[in-house]
Design a binder for this molecule. Structure first.
Ligand code: SF4
Ligand code: SF4
Length: 336
């Protein structure tokens, strides 16, 4: 049984982030294939995952990968399917659409993460390309709507650190503190496997490199890769990723135009095939040996934030005690 399943319900995003595989493709209008999941397929897929015992009461379904879940035109219908089967889920949004959710449909929603590329119109003009003040208003409306619909879980702002928004971090943190939202900044990275590969093998076009050098913080790449353990096991092996066409993916990183993007349709594969194929893709060898896999899962976060997070967890939990006991203590402390 997987604890984490990423299920893309919208293979489309309305933001235009230049360093994200989805935003970049919408900018180029390249006809990159994308669509919303069909409701009947979603229901069939969830039931198949339950039948295969690939998901259960310990699973959290992450309703996004490279798309914006709240723009799905039948978002409430998606929630009804999850709710009727008692499946826990989480959402990440760019807060561009203040959706209304029917009462009672969000009791299984564990976490809402709001992606934020800075705290000014200037920063939003560079990345998401939305009206900044409208986004701030939307955040309040979305959270109010969600609370009314039964959401009692955590909210965090994932603040993407770029060179140009470092000075806006305090204002963003104040905004979060006023609303008791967790503020979580971490370094924005190249959210595009092909771009990252080109960066690694020095084949990025000069103009892209020049643009990138004005946006992203890249000082940490070599030092982070150097920290990768020799036998690093990619965390994606313990996760399942499914796209809006119900294809089982190698992982959440490999892009649609790569030959090893998918291992096949969820409706054709057996559970044994899924488990076997997911960990035997050729691309993983290159991804692990170049350090890309480690880098993708270890984006740096400012020390003062890490310290705050650490200080919230009592020392005895950090020690090497058995997992079930750790979970039990966390539950008691309301940290599960
Ligand atoms: S980074 Fe997120 S918000 Fe930006 S284009 Fe990609 S999916 Fe959309
Ligand atoms: S090693 Fe790379 S390609 Fe393979 S599952 Fe991990 S992130 Fe994906």
């Amino acid at each position: 049984m997987y604890k984490t399943v990423t299920f893309e319900i919208a293979g489309i995003c309305n933001a235009k982030c230049p360093w994200c595989v989805t935003g970049n493709r919408s900018l180029l209008e390249s006809g990159y294939p994308s669509s919303f999941i069909n409701i009947e397929d979603f229901e069939k897929a969830i039931d198949r995952l339950i039948e295969f015992k690939l998901i259960g009461d310990k699973t959290v379904i992450i309703l996004y990968n490279w798309g914006e879940p709240l723009i799905h035109p039948q978002f409430n219908a998606i929630l009804k399917i999850l709710n009727s089967r008692n499946i826990a889920f989480s959402i990440s949004t760019n807060a561009s659409k203040p959706v209304k959710v029917e009462r009672g449909l969000l009791s299984q929603l564990r976490e809402v993460s709001i992606s934020m590329p800075g705290f000014s119109q200037k920063s939003y003009d560079r990345i998401h390309r939305f009206k900044f003040k409208k986004i701030l208003r939307n955040i309040d409306v979305i959270l109010e709507n969600f609370r009314k619909a039964g959401f009692i879980g955590d909210v965090r702002v994932s603040y993407h650190l770029y060179q140009f928004n470092l000075g806006e971090m305090q204002a963003a943190k104040d905004f979060c503190d006023q609303r008791q939202i967790e503020f979580y900044p971490y370094v924005a990275y190249l959210n595009d496997f092909n771009l990252t590969s080109s960066y690694f093998n020095d084949s990025l076009p000069y103009e892209t490199l020049k643009k990138l050098s004005k946006d992203l913080l890249l000082y940490y790449i070599e030092e982070t890769i150097a920290l990768a353990p020799k036998n690093y096991v990619c965390p994606q092996y313990d996760m399942l990723t499914i796209d809006e066409g119900c294809n089982v993916l190698t992982c959440c990183v490999v892009p649609k135009d790569h030959a090893e993007y998918s291992i096949g349709s969820l409706f054709d594969l057996s559970p044994e095939e899924i488990k076997k194929l997911k960990v035997s893709q050729k691309i993983c060898k290159e991804c692990l040996s170049s350090g890309q896999a480690y880098l993708a899962h270890n984006a740096p976060c400012p020390n003062f934030i890490l310290e705050q997070k650490r200080s919230k967890i009592p020392n005895f939990i950090k020690r090497n005690i058995p997992e079930p006991l750790k979970l039990f203590i966390k539950k008691l402390l309301g940290q599960d």
